[in-house]
Write a protein that binds this ligand. Sequence first.
Ligand SMILES: [Zn+2]
Length: 65
Amino acid sequence: MAIKCPKCNERDIRRSHRRLYDIVLRGIGLVPLRCNICERRFYRFRRSLHSHRAAGVCKSGERKP
Ligand SMILES: [Zn+2]
């Protein structure tokens, strides 16, 4: 990932565990992330993830009940 921590500028970032309000934030395209170095929690708009999701929608659309 090319995302850097806003506090320590490290690239050692992982996806943070979802909390209740993260479901709401996800609705506007924000994903919770956490820095492995300083444990800073922050949010990023998903961009590249969006194209993957769109591909998944197409794939699931092939499924028939
Ligand atoms: Zn950090």
